[in-house]
Ligand binder design. Structure first.
Ligand code: AHR
Length: 498
């Protein structure tokens, strides 16, 4: 199969925000305990943080990590997780029916983030708590000593404020499963009250309003419209969440997921433009896609009141990784709309990294995040793709290729990210620039395999991993690359003026 991708460095969707490569850590299953924090382990440092987990995650260059939930946050009191550990209360966690020992809280999280090289993105509880407790957490994290909560932080080891600048106003408050779920109008009032108190303490912080939990919600977009119209002047972002599922085991259809992800972002772009128009506002609000991943195989979320139960330990395969690459492609294509995105989650729970007492396993969905964080730099170009369609099962017909591209004008480099969704046909792709020629191909990584269900395991940890591919500069100054079926190719090149 032949295909072409045409690019023009002047035609772009805006700057790629590095925060698109962020992650999400929730108190859920073995994510925090045994994942991030395991004080008894010989693999942990003096703070009890697993160093092998830190090393694996550091390579993903996550600028932000969202914490502490997720559904967990809506019945969580951050005050339980500070101060001397022996005095911290164990509590029942409503969301995952587990016991939360509270031996890891906000101070440990910020300390862990510093070791990771990431900034904390904190969610406040707007389910069972309200504006006052949310503002208390801002005071605890961000004020200089001299007030009640800032002094508690100093006593707990940090005179220096944490400077947390990105905050979520609750989590999935549209969902009936959420502790403290209320109709949109009521949530909007809670969110605005919290926003005003929080920003009163730190006007420069940025706030994320809860959008719809997913596109299947009966209140999808209407919830978002009501909340945005009420809180427009108080927030910088609205959240979007999405977990992709291959419930019918229909791989060709599942591989067309990028189309659905584009639709979600198109929906938000339209809604945000609409509310901005209604408000006659000069302000822009953007999307924080702060939970995204594949998740459908392990939905078992009942911890039976255990500590660190094994929950949602999803095993990721090749087709899942190709869907993850399409999320990242879609974020790049919508760089003007989406500014923050968090892979949900990061360790043990629907995660790219799994732990055992003796080490970590890297899953297939680790690699798209690794490759995009490394190579998507500068501006997100708008690709014109000419390719055949394929029979995408329950999704009808879909374009065979899903493509995004970046251009770093300072470095004179470009990168093209190509997913070949075809289960059978290799694609012979020509990449060309209207206003540049490729001087050199500087590298190609390919993630592929024969079996869409192939997955890494403790016994065979490298079944799905990127390998070096090849590409060449052609006579017209374009680049030719072969992208295998069921494959992701990440093609880097140096550009020169025509
Ligand atoms: O990431 C797992 C859960 O998915 C989160 O707690 C919740 O926000 C979402 O529904």
């Amino acid at each position: 199969m032949r295909a072409s991708i045409r690019l023009d460095t002047d035609h772009h969707a805006g700057e790629i925000d590095r925060r698109l490569f962020s992650g999400f850590l929730e108190h859920l299953g073995r994510a925090v305990y045994e994942g991030v924090y395991d004080p008894g382990s010989p693999l942990s440092d003096a703070d009890g943080f697993r160093t092998d987990v830190l090393d694996a995650l550091r390579r993903l260059q996550m600028p932000y990590v969202r914490y502490p939930g997720g559904n967990f946050v809506s019945n969580y009191d951050w005050r339980d997780g500070i101060g001397p550990r022996e005095k911290r209360p164990a509590r029942p966690d409503f969301a995952w029916k587990s016991i939360e020992p509270n031996t890891f809280g906000v101070d440990e999280f910020v300390r862990w983030c510093r070791k990771l090289g990431a900034e904390p993105m904190l969610a406040v509880n707007l389910g069972t708590l309200g504006a006052s407790e949310a503002a208390g957490l801002v005071e605890y994290c961000n004020l200089a000593p001299g007030t009640y909560w800032a002094d508690r932080r100093r006593e707990n080891g940090s005179a220096e404020p944490y400077g947390v600048n990105l905050w979520c106003l609750g989590n999935e408050m549209d969902g009936p499963w959420q502790a403290g779920h209320v109709p949109a109008g009521e949530y909007a009032m809670r969110a605005q009250q919290a926003a005003r108190l929080m920003k009163g303490l730190g006007p420069s912080i940025e706030l994320v309003l809860c959008g719809s939990s997913n596109r299947r919600m009966p209140t999808y977009l209407e919830w978002d419209r009501v909340c945005l119209e009420y809180c427009w002047d108080d927030v910088e972002y609205i959240s979007a969440h999405s977990y992709s599922r291959n419930l019918d085991d229909d791989t060709p259809s599942f591989l067309a997921e990028g189309i659905r992800i584009d639709r979600v972002l198109d929906d938000y772009a339209g809604l945000l433009a609409y509310v901005r128009g209604v408000k006659k506002s000069g302000k822009r609000v953007h999307v924080s896609f702060d939970e995204w991943n594949v998740w459908y195989k392990d939905r078992h979320g009942d911890g039976r009141w255990a500590r660190a139960p094994h929950l949602l330990e999803e095993v990721y395969n090749l087709e899942d990784a190709l869907v993850c690459a399409q999320y990242l492609n879609s974020f790049l294509r919508h760089a003007d709309t989406v500014k923050v995105a968090c892979l949900a989650q990061i360790v043990n729970v629907i995660a790219p990294v799994l732990t055992r007492p003796d080490g970590v396993l890297i899953q297939s969905n680790y690699y798209p995040s690794l490759l995009y964080a490394e190579h998507a730099r500068g501006l997100a170009l708008v690709p014109v793709v000419d390719c055949p369609v394929y029979a995408a099962g329950g999704s009808g017909e879909a374009p065979t290729l899903d493509v995004a591209a970046s251009h770093d004008p300072e470095a004179g480099r470009a990168c093209v990210f190509i997913v070949n969704r075809s289960p059978a046909d290799e694609a012979e792709v020509s990449v060309s620039f209207a206003d540049r020629r490729a001087a050199r191909v500087s590298g190609v990584d390919v993630l592929t395999g024969d079996d869409p269900k192939a997955a890494n395991s403790w016994e065979r940890p490298d079944v799905v991993a990127p390998a070096a591919g090849s590409a060449r500069v052609d006579d017209q100054g374009g680049v030719r690359v072969r992208v295998p079926s069921l494959g992701l190719a990440v093609v880097r090149m140096e550009l020169a003026r025509r």
